[in-house]
Design a protein around this ligand. Sequence first.
Ligand code: PMP
Ligand code: PLP
Length: 482
Amino acid sequence: PSANPTPVKVDYASFLSDEAKGRVRSQLKELRPYFEIPGMISFGGGYPHPSTWPINGMTLSVPFAGKSVFVPGFENRDSSTLLPLAKYTPPAKTSVVGPDLSNDLQYSAGMGIPFMVKWLTEHVKKMHDPPYPDGQWSVLTTAGNTDGQDGIYRTLFNKGDSVLLEEFAYPAALTTAQSQGIVPAAVPMDGDGVVPADLDKMLEEWDEVARGGRRPKALLLVPTCSNPTGVTYPALRKREVYAVCRKWNILIIEDDPYCYLQIRPDGADSPLVPSFLSMDIDGRVVRMDSFSKFIAPGSRCGWITGPKPLVQAIAHKTESSTNNPSGISIATIGAVIQAWGGHEGLENRYLPHISEVYSQRGLRFVALLEKYIPGLTAEWPQPSGGMFLWLRLRIETHPSFLSGRSTPTEIQDRVFKTFIEERILTAPSSYFKTPGGPEWSREEEAKRIFVRLSFSLPTPEEMEEGIKRMARGLKKEWGLEQ
Ligand code: PMP
Ligand code: PLP
């Protein structure tokens, strides 16, 4: 056939699947343009500080180039800009460690590269010791918790099923559910996490027609230094939530990427808050861990731990998508673990260090809030670690609320805009709000308006300047003297 030189116009939208057309994206992407504004200080995004990557550089031996190439890491260890002072160690003399590239870069079947699955299984046993027989739970390597969550949703839920989420949820938990036609339902929270009595009441009164979704099969939550609320569920709260889930036969999906970023006052001697997995006598917890926050987000590596039949079903999904995480990543992490000296080096030296980095950042941030922010306008808890502080706007004292001129949400939107004018970027709680929760009265709504502040990236100077700007914005909004 003779080629027609005029291109035929292709209507790409007509090729999209219903799934593609129905994809819901996080509102956080709306913050992106604001990053570009010159002079903006960001408390908006939750990114780990690159000084915490435990790799200063990598040397790769490349046979056909006939040389070794050195890939430099983060070397700007200027102590005036980092919190706490991170010790820079120049690339040490090379010692050969164990990973075997002939295996690690090969295809792997089942739960992942065997040495990593074995190492992670030992790690889980030491950190959580799931209280049901060892042969009945398993570990599956994932490409991080985003991938883990996709696998779990696709394995457990049908379209029209409901999932219980925290009143303020990690946006991808919400948008992934919505994209797959899973109906989210918000469980009210207080300062310790979801409220067990409210969870019980929701399940007691569940009405499939009114809810637009079948009875929920699972509750998904972020139990430690939560994104966005910064909440760490105390052990007692976890036990109460677990009891309600048992009563109604609900699975618990524990998304815990900030587990090792929790504040540990006595370093390695402070026990971690017990996880849901560690109290799971039934085998109803599916737990997600990630290397993103204690190695690096770009490692795209993590793992799922849970009852074998469920983990196996998730692994079958992996076979037709990621086909296990990257072998290059696994080999690199394996080398880092060996350089630390295995489990003890990780648990006794490295994990306490990571917790200390975020603890010092969080405590410095709160000290600055206390110094500058007028107490009439906002309140905040002590940080439990991680990256986020959940500042509550005291809408109930705002002049336009008291006079009835504005709704709490309108005031929230104005505060966000005023912060932008002051060149300070924050994330409003409306971005994280799960639908399907209770209808709050105007007075109750006024008590549930927050701002997510991330303290993981700014320098000490940016923290102080940013908080001064927030204070100016809040005084302006509340009509207080500058
Ligand atoms: N991108 C990815 C893939 C992430 O995992 C995260 C951390 N959750 C972010 C961006 C930053 O997210 P956020 O703005 O919610 O902190
Ligand atoms: N879950 C929560 C609660 C998060 O905050 C994040 C990102 O920080 C993720 C999952 C994504 O983690 P990953 O990088 O392992 O995909």
